[in-house]
Each structure stands twice: as C-alpha cells, then as structure tokens.
Design a protein around this ligand. Structure first.
Ligand code: AMP
Ligand code: MG
Length: 407
C-alpha cells in the first residue's frame, strides 16, 4: 500500500492535456485564462475629467485665495461626457465640463464645481490648483500594446470588467473537465424511493456532483448501477467514452460483490494504485483508461467526499489550468485529544474557531465513522494526522485544510 503523499503524486502526474475554448466573457467567471490579454487600446482613450467642474489652465489660478479669488471668463458652451468635438481653452477662460468628458486642449486642470462661485459670465476660483488635478490621463489604466493579464490567471468579476473595457466579447479559457459519476451497489435506491429494510438512498452521486460543481467541473450522472458485472462494465465503458474523468463510488473493497477492479482490468484500464495508507478511504483505486483518469472511490459517504477533496479536486484544478491546486491550510490548536493509531494518515472532520487574536482552534465534529455524513456537513475543515503520530494531545498544532468558503 502506498502513502497519501505517493498517491497524490501519482494522481497529479496523470493530468491530461488541457483543452482551450473561446467563450463569452459572462460565462467565464471562475475559469482560468488560456491566453495573454494584450490591449489594442489606451484606457482611457483620451485625457478626461475626473469631476464635474471647470476646465482651466492651472497657471491662470496663480494667487487665487479665499479673500481674493481669480475670475475667469466662462465659455458659452459646456463639455458633457460623450462629447466628440475637440475644444480648446485660451488663457483667462474656463469651460464647464462633466465627469468623463474629454478635457479641451490647453486645459491642464479641472476645478470641482463645489469649489467655485458663478458670477454672470465669470467663474470665481478661490485657491490655486496643481497641474493635472482632477484629470484622468490617456492610457493611465491600460496602455495600448500592454500585456494586461497573463495566461493561467483565475477569472473574477473585476477581470471580466477589464475584458469588457477592452472590447473583448469572448475569451479563451481552459475547458472545465466533464466527470462521469457512477454509483454502484445492490443496496442503493433513488432519492425519491422509500427506505425499505436493507436499502440505502444514493447520496454519493449528489455529494460528488456538488463537489464537482463547486470545483468548477461539469458532470454527467450515470445513475445507480447494481453489483452486476455486465451492467457495471457497460456503464464504465460509456462513461469513459463520454467524459474527461470518471468517478465510481463503491465496489472497490474486498467484498464478494466488489467487482470494480476486475471490470476495470477487463476494459483495458491500467491500475496506477489500489489501497492507500489513509483513513478514511483506504481501498481507493486509481486507474487510467488511455488518458482518462478513473477513480474507484470507497462507497462510504464520508470516504467518497474526503477522497474527492484529497485527490479529485486537485486533479480537476490542474486539468482546468489552475496554478494553485490545493485548499488553503491553517495551523489550528486541537481543542481536545485526537486519538490516532499509527500506520495510516488520518483525516478528521473538524469545526474551526478563531479567537480575537486570529488564532485557530479545531474541534472534532462528533462521531467520525465513515458512514456518518453529518460529520462532514458540520465540518469547516479536514485535519491531517500524519501516519507515524500516536495521538494529538489537546493544545497541539494540527494542519487543517479549509473546505468551506468564508473562513
Ligand atoms: P462499498 O464501498 O461498495 O463496500 O460501500 C461501502 C458502504 O458505503 C456501504 O455501507 C454502502 O451501502 C455505502 N454506499 C455505497 N454507495 C453509496 C451511495 N452511492 N450512497 C450512499 N451510500 C453508499
Ligand atoms: Mg458496494
């Protein structure tokens, strides 16, 4: 059996080549840029006013004071935003101008309208202004020819705004992978079926679909497949043909009806590893069918979700072109004793608290059995206890992966 670290390395090495696609910018949120963005324009395209006020020559205001204002002749037109005409001011004059309007030639400063007094055809100014005050310069945000963003950057709302200002309707992104989800087990019933004796509702395909969605991937659910070799083989072959990766839940352990490994071998998939020294998720199987990664996830609902966090999510992020593959980790002090038997890396669901100084504390989210899905629902993070540790004592530092947004 290999270690968690070795298994993760093997999974990440298996990353398939990323595909690029051009999509409308409004669909690109949370995708990764697959192109450098080079501006064809200066933004802004011309010098313009940052205020509603008066365009002046700053030298004309020399000596202006509260007690002895300077009077400048007001031109009989104004310059609104969107003005296409090119105006000019001469010494001793001023033009009313609105925010965003192009400043006239000769103007090197705009005075806020709140700071002046209007007197018939003249405007009174009460203080001196420095050159370029309240003027936004041509290209001050982005220069023509400049590389604004590099390939590999995550697309957020501000980046989409910048793309719009550059006139880009579409942008090249890395295509999110499509993952096939197969739930296996004779005991499984659909969500809308009543729970009769011996049966379990399929929750794994729902938690996995949601984890995939949260990670930015797409999914196809192939439903519940009974522990029947013919049906399982058909479903696996279909999913492998249609998806970029396949997630199979259940059937990878050592039970008499755990057929997944046998069937994967029959389909020509290659075993990369089976069995990891970890808890939960020990029987995790990882295969490749040509370039398609296939995860055989142990069916217990917590094992499925933890294995997704540990292996599938980083792989998906790599396939999507992310530079940063992992959840943010913190050091948190244990609020209680964490029991642990050496020999396997253990992943414990924890609730995180923070004190007024910013220190983190981690408490166990109740019963940790791998069938106790509510322990996952209550968790903010997953604490890692290394293989060789005996136990974690109260107050000891723990490495915790934060799995929920907002912390
Ligand atoms: P297996 O890995 O097939 O041995 O399943 C381990 C445990 O997980 C069993 O108790 C199953 O009933 C449960 N299980 C398997 N698949 C699912 C599923 N899709 N939803 C909920 N529980 C499941
Ligand atoms: Mg099973």
């Amino acid at each position: 059996m290999i270690t968690y670290e070795e298994a993760l390395k093997k999974v990440l090495e298996s990353c398939i080549v990323l595909q690029k696609e051009g999509i409308p910018i409004l669909e690109s949120l949370n995708c990764i840029l697959a192109q450098d963005i080079i501006s064809e324009d200066n933004i802004p395209v011309n010098d313009n006013s940052a205020m509603d006020g008066y365009a002046v020559m700053s030298a004309d205001l020399t000596g202006a004071e509260k007690a002895s204002p300077v009077a400048l002749k007001k031109y009989d037109y104004d310059i609104p935003a969107g003005e296409l005409g090119r105006h000019e001011i001469k010494k001793g004059g001023c033009i009313k101008i609105m925010t965003g309007a192009p400043v006239p030639a000769g103007c090197d400063c705009v005075v806020k309208k709140e700071d002046v007094v209007i007197r018939e055809n003249e405007i009174l100014f009460f203080k001196e202004h420095v050159v370029f005050e309240n003027i936004r310069h041509k290209g001050e945000d982005i220069k023509k020819g400049e590389t604004v963003f590099k390939e590999g950057l995550g697309i957020d709302p501000a980046l989409i705004g910048v793309l719009a200002s550059l006139g880009m309707k579409d942008v090249l992104t890395f295509k999110p992978p499509v993952a096939g989800i197969i739930s296996t087990g004779n005991e499984l019933v659909e969500i809308d079926e009543s729970l009769i004796f011996g049966m379990v509702r399929d929750s794994n395909s729902y938690s996995l679909a949601s984890q995939l969605k949260e990670a930015g991937a797409q999914y196809i659910r192939y439903g519940i497949i009974k522990d029947n070799k013919t049906d399982l083989k058909k479903a696996i072959e279909k999913a492998t043909g249609e998806c970029d990766l396949v997630l199979i839940s259940g059937g990878v352990s050592v039970g008499d009806y755990d057929y997944i490994k046998e069937i994967l071998n029959e389909t020509g998939a290659r075993e990369i590893f089976w069995g990891v020294k970890q808890k939960p998720g020990k029987p995790l199987a990882f295969y490749k069918h040509d370039e398609i990664p296939i995860f055989g996830l142990p069916g217990n609902p917590v094992s499925v979700m933890v294995c997704f966090e540990l292996y599938v999510r980083p792989l998906i992020r790599k396939m999507m072109g992310h530079q940063d593959l992992f959840r943010k980790t913190i050091n948190a002090k244990a609020l209680e004793q964490f029991k642990h038997e050496p020999g396997r890396t253990e992943f414990v669901r924890v609730k995180i608290k923070q004190d007024e100084y910013g220190n983190y504390f981690a408490g166990i989210t109740g019963e940790q059995g791998s069938g106790i899905l509510t322990s996952m629902a209550a968790a903010d993070g997953i604490a890692q206890i290394d293989e060789d540790k005996k136990e974690i004592i109260k107050g000891e530092n723990l490495k915790v992966y934060l799995i929920k947004n907002g912390l």
